[in-house]
Design a protein around this ligand. Structure first.
Ligand code: F6R
Length: 241
C-alpha cells in the first residue's frame, strides 16, 4: 500500500486528480469506479478544471459508482446519481449512457444487484476505484460486521453511518436506512484502488487501515490484500498513525 500524506484537503484533491488524469490520458476509454460523499468533491472540481483546460477528455470514459441509498429516486437531491451529475457528469463531456450508479428505485433488488455486478464484469472491472472511508472504517457501504458480502447487495446502514450522513438531510429521520453497494470482491475487481481521506474525524479509521490486523470489523483493513492501493490523506487524517 502506497501512502501519500498531504498538507490539507486541497492538496489531497489536487494529487488525486493528477493521478486520475494520468489514467484518463493513458487510456481514453478507461473505466472509472467512482465514489460520492464530501471527500472526493475537491478531486472532481480539479478534474473539471483539467477538462476545461483541455488536458483531459471524457468522451470515451466509462464509469460505475460504488453505491446509492435505497430507496431513493435519482432526482432526489440527496441521491448519489444527483450528486454525480452535479459534481462531475454535467460539467464534462462524458456520455451519461456510459455512466452507472446503482438504481435506488429498483423493484427487484436481487435481480438488480446481479445485473449491476454483471455490468461491472462486462466492463472488465474498473481501471481505478476511488474510495472514501467511513469513520467506522466502511468502504462503499460495506459496514463493519462479522461477515462481509462479496458482491453488489442491499445493506442496512449502521446508526453511526446514518448519523454521519444526516448532515446532508433535513433531519436524521430522513436518511434512508438502506443502501445498494458493491461488495468487497466487486471493489477488488479494480486494477488500482485510490482511497482518499481528510480531517481528524477519519484519523482513527486511517490508523486502523494502516496498522491494525485484517478484520471485518474495519472493512478498510482488507485493502492491504489488494496489490495496488494508493491512499492519499491529509495530515489531520494521518495524525494518529
Ligand atoms: C460514498 C461511499 C462512502 C463514503 C464514506 C465517506 O460513495 O461509498 O463509503 O466514501 O462514507 O464519506 P465522506 O467523504 O462524506 O466523509
Amino acid at each position: 500500500m502506497k501512502i501519500i500524506v498531504t498538507k490539507n484537503y486541497d492538496e489531497m484533491s489536487k494529487k488525486a486528480a493528477e493521478l486520475m488524469a494520468e489514467i484518463i490520458k493513458n487510456k481514453p476509454d478507461c473505466v472509472l469506479g467512482l465514489a460520492t460523499g464530501d471527500t472526493p468533491i475537491g478531486m472532481y472540481n480539479e478534474l473539471v478544471a483539467k477538462y476545461e483546460a483541455g488536458e483531459i477528455d471524457f468522451a470515451a470514459v466509462r464509469s460505475i459508482n460504488l453505491d446509492e441509498y435505497y430507496p431513493i429516486s435519482p432526482d432526489n437531491d440527496q441521491s448519489y446519481r444527483y450528486f454525480m451529475n452535479k459534481h462531475l457528469f454535467d460539467r464534462v463531456n462524458i456520455d451519461k449512457a456510459n455512466t452507472r450508479v446503482p438504481d435506488g428505485t429498483a423493484e427487484n433488488v436481487r435481480e438488480f444487484c446481479s445485473a449491476y455486478e454483471a455490468h461491472l464484469d462486462a466492463l472488465g472491472g474498473t481501471d481505478v476505484q476511488v474510495l472514501g472511508i467511513g469513520r467506522n472504517g466502511h468502504i462503499g457501504f460495506n459496514e463493519p460486521d462479522a461477515e462481509l458480502e462479496r458482491f453488489t447487495h442491499l445493506v442496512e446502514l449502521t446508526p453511526d453511518t446514518i448519523e454521519a450522513n444526516s448532515r446532508f438531510f433535513a433531519s436524521e429521520a430522513e436518511v434512508p436506512k438502506h443502501a445498494l453497494t458493491m461488495g468487497i470482491h466487486s471493489v477488488f475487481k479494480a486494477r488500482k484502488i485510490l482511497l482518499l481521506a481528510s480531517g481528524k474525524n477519519k484519523a482513527a479509521a486511517i490508523n486502523a487501515l494502516v496498522k491494525s490486523n485484517i478484520t471485518t470489523s474495519c472493512p478498510a483493513t482488507l485493502l492491504c490484500l489488494h496489490p495496488d492501493v494508493t491512499v492519499i490523506c491529509d495530515e489531520d487524517a494521518y495524525s494518529l498513525v
